[in-house]
Design a protein around this ligand. Structure first.
Ligand code: ZN
Length: 227
């Protein structure tokens, strides 16, 4: 029986290409990709138990608790990804306390053969801001494909290649909000990376300012896999 072998945790600011790189890994290796942001939005849209709790936390201005996030990730892995060769966690953990909770989850017997690799995706803040200005996402909650355009290509009425639904800008990609998101990101990610660099996990540093195909090639080489 196949079992989960490789767990990759992508740590990078919004707009660093976590989704695009994940998409290539999914296509090339059949890995499962968990974007916790997308999963939260799906749970809310479907009004699941978890979704209702997340919705309530957001509406009351609270952070989603670590326990709730871990429950959601655990449920996803067990329902979707336990038979995958590899999985990518994108957007989780964000804090050291979430990382510790995740360590506890991975110490369970289902994960005895799995190895955890941290992928630190490095990009300058100015580049992030420029990228997010031209990033559009599919409005279909079940799809949420992400597209990067050149400024001259952005126009109204662009549609998704996967599902033909309409592409929109995410409200939190608007530049005022982006500065806040970057500040929050650095606040937590710096500690998180220190935590992982002092752990038994392998940490890969990836320069993601370069074109995506080059980033993918470098990533694959650093994992020791071949396409
Ligand atoms: Zn779509």
């Amino acid at each position: 029986m196949k079992s989960l072998k490789d767990i990759y945790i992508f740590i990078g600011p919004p707009g660093s290409g976590k989704g695009s790189l994940s998409h290539l890994c999914k296509k090339s290796f059949g890995w499962a990709h968990l974007s916790t942001g997308n999963l939260c939005r799906q749970h809310i849209a479907r009004m699941t138990d978890i979704g209702l709790q997340i919705d309530q936390a957001i509406k009351s201005g609270k952070l989603i608790s670590d326990d709730l996030m871990i429950d959601m990730v655990n449920q996803w892995i067990k329902e979707v990804a336990l038979s995958s060769q590899g999985i990518i966690l994108d957007g989780f953990p964000r804090t050291v306390s979430q990382a510790k909770a995740l360590d506890d989850l991975f110490s369970q017997k289902e994960f005895v053969d799995a190895s955890v690799t941290i992928v630190s995706m490095n990009i300058n803040d100015e580049q992030v801001i420029n990228r997010l200005k031209t990033r559009l996402v599919c409005q279909n909650e079940a799809c949420q494909a992400v597209y990067s355009f050149l400024p001259s290509q952005v126009s109204k009425g662009l549609t998704c290649q996967e599902c033909k639904d309409v592409l929109i800008q995410r409200v939190d990609d608007n530049s005022d909000v982006v500065y806040e998101r970057l500040k929050t990101y650095h606040h937590y990610a710096d500690d998180l990376l220190v935590y992982y660099r002092n752990s038994v996990c392998k940490v890969i540093d990836l320069n993601v300012e370069l074109p995506l195909d080059y980033v993918f090639k470098t990533f694959v080489e650093s994992t020791g896999k071949s396409t």
